[in-house]
Ligand binder design. Structure first.
Ligand SMILES: Cc1ncc(COP(=O)(O)O)c(C=O)c1O
Length: 401
C-alpha cells in the first residue's frame, strides 16, 4: 500500500501524547503546518481587505487563497465558496434566506439519517411558513437510506441529505438522488461534513446544488464552508448590512472574516494534497490522488477494526451499510456505553459515547438521546491504535462479566 502513515503522523503534535484518537468524526487533530500558517498570518501585518496597503492586500490574498484551496478540495468554483463560523450557522442562514421565496403548502424533504444541522434549519423554516415536511427513513438493520422518489412533488422546494452519516457512516447514492430531486424541480442540499474527510469529493458529480462541510473535520480550523454555483448564489438574498458587499460570495459572509483561520484552511488543503500524492502536478489532482489513497488505507484499518469488534463477545454494531465511511457505532450487551467510553479513555483511547447530534437517527435506532460508542478511523490512525481500542474493549467487557 502506497501510504506512509508514520510520515503522516509526524506532522501531528497531538499524537505525541500517545492518545489514540478515534474521535475524528467530531473533529480531527491538526497538523503543525496548519497551526503555523494561522500563527504566521495573525502576526504578519493584517488590515481589513483592500488594495492600497500591504496589510490590506495580504488579507485579500488570504481570502482568495482559501476560496481557491476549497475549490480544489471540492471541485467547485472558488467564486461560490462561502465561509462561516460553522456548517450549522451557514445552514440556518441559507434556510432563512431561501425561505423568503417559499410559501405555505410548499414542501421540504429531510432524512432521519442526518445530523441535526441538516434537519432542524429546514424544519424550523418550513414549520414557520406552514410548509409540509416529508421525512425519509433509513433501514434500522442496515443503516441504508430508504429514499422513495414518491416523497417528491411539484411543490418540493428542497431536499436535504447527508453525504455520509456521522453516526453510522452510511454513504447514500447522492448522484442517483440528485437526478430525482432535479427532475422534481427542487434544490439538492448535501451535508458533506462527514464525507469530505474520507473520500475524494467532486461536488458537480454528486449533483449537489449546495454542499456544506467543516474544515475542522479535515485538519483545519473551526469554521464552516458552503459551496454552490455562483449563479445560484446570485438568486439568493440573505439579510446583510447596508454597506457590506452585495457581491457573491461576500453577500453571505456576515462581518469580518477570520483571515488567520482562512490561512489555516489553505494549509489544511495543501496538507491533504501532500498526504500521498501520485503523479498529478496541480493541487486538485494531488488532492484527489491523496484522498483515494486515504480512502484505501482507512478501509484496510476499518476492516481490522470491524473484524476485531465482531470477535468480542457481546459487541453489537449498529447498521451495516454497504458504502460507508470508516465510522462504526457499537454497544456491548451488559456494559453501559458510559463505562466503555470512560474505560477506553483511561487506556488512552478516545472513542466517546453519544448521539453526536444525529438525534433523529439515534432515536430511530432505538438508542434514545444517548446513542452509543463511536469509533472513527482518520488518516493518522495506526494499526497499533486499532489494536489498543480492541484490547481495551475486550478488557472492559471481561471486567464487567
Ligand atoms: C455530519 C455532520 N453535519 C454537520 C455537523 C455540524 O458541523 P458544524 O460543527 O460545523 O456546525 C457535524 C458536526 O459534527 C456533522 O458531523
Amino acid at each position: 500500500m502506497d501510504y506512509d502513515v508514520d510520515r503522516v503522523r509526524a506532522s501531528f503534535p497531538a499524537l505525541d501524547s500517545g492518545t489514540a484518537f478515534f474521535d475524528g468524526p467530531g473533529g480531527s487533530q491538526v497538523p503543525h503546518q496548519v497551526a503555523d500558517a494561522i500563527a504566521a498570518t495573525l502576526t504578519s501585518g493584517l488590515s481589513n481587505r483592500g488594495t492600497v496597503t500591504d496589510s490590506e492586500r495580504r488579507a485579500d490574498e488570504v481570502v482568495t487563497g482559501a476560496r481557491a484551496a476549497t475549490g480544489d478540495l471540492l471541485g467547485v468554483d472558488p467564486g461560490g465558496v462561502v465561509f462561516g463560523r460553522s456548517m450549522t450557522q451557514l445552514t440556518f442562514d441559507l434556510a432563512r434566506a431561501l425561505a423568503k421565496t417559499w410559501e405555505h403548502g410548499d414542501e421540504v424533504v429531510i432524512t432521519r439519517l442526518d445530523h441535526d444541522a441538516n434537519v432542524r434549519p429546514w424544519k424550523r423554516v418550513a414549520d414557520g411558513l406552514g410548509m409540509t415536511v416529508r421525512w425519509v427513513d433509513f433501514d434500522r438493520d442496515t443503516g441504508e437510506l430508504l429514499f422513495d422518489p414518491g416523497v417528491l412533488s411539484d411543490r418540493t422546494r428542497l431536499v436535504a441529505v447527508t453525504g455520509a452519516s456521522n453516526l453510522l457512516g452510511t454513504r447514500p447514492d447522492l448522484a442517483a438522488l440528485s437526478s430525482a430531486v432535479h427532475e422534481a424541480g427542487a434544490l439538492f442540499f448535501v451535508d458533506g461534513v462527514h464525507l469530505t474527510p474520507h473520500a475524494p469529493v467532486a461536488v458537480r458529480d454528486l449533483g449537489a446544488d449546495f454542499y456544506a462541510c467543516s474544515p475542522y473535520k479535515f485538519f483545519g480550523p473551526h469554521l464552516g464552508v458552503l459551496a454552490a454555483d455562483p449563479a445560484l448564489l446570485e438568486l439568493v438574498q440573505p439579510d446583510k448590512l447596508l454597506p457590506s458587499s452585495d457581491q457573491v460570495p461576500e453577500r453571505f459572509e456576515l462581518g469580518t472574516l477570520p483571515y488567520e483561520l482562512l490561512a489555516g484552511v489553505t494549509a489544511a488543503v495543501d496538507f491533504i494534497a501532500d498526504i500521498a500524492p501520485g503523479s498529478a502536478t496541480e493541487r486538485r489532482g494531488r488532492v484527489l490522488e491523496s484522498m483515494q489513497r486515504v480512502e484505501a488505507y482507512e478501509e484496510l484499518l476499518f476492516e481490522r477494526l470491524l473484524s476485531g469488534l465482531d470477535a468480542i463477545d457481546g459487541v453489537r454494531r449498529h447498521g451495516a451499510p454497504l458504502r460507508r465511511t470508516p465510522t462504526v457505532l457499537f454497544s456491548v450487551d451488559g456494559v453501559p456505553d458510559r463505562v466503555l467510553y470512560e474505560g477506553l479513555a483511561a487506556r488512552g483511547v478516545n472513542a466517546p459515547a453519544s448521539s453526536f447530534y444525529a438525534i433523529e437517527a439515534s432515536r430511530w435506532l432505538g438508542l434514545g438521546d444517548d446513542g452509543a460508542v463511536r469509533a472513527g478511523i482518520a488518516p493518522y490512525t495506526s494499526e497499533e491504535d486499532v489494536d489498543r481500542l480492541l484490547t481495551g474493549v475486550a478488557e472492559i467487557v471481561a471486567a464487567a462479566s
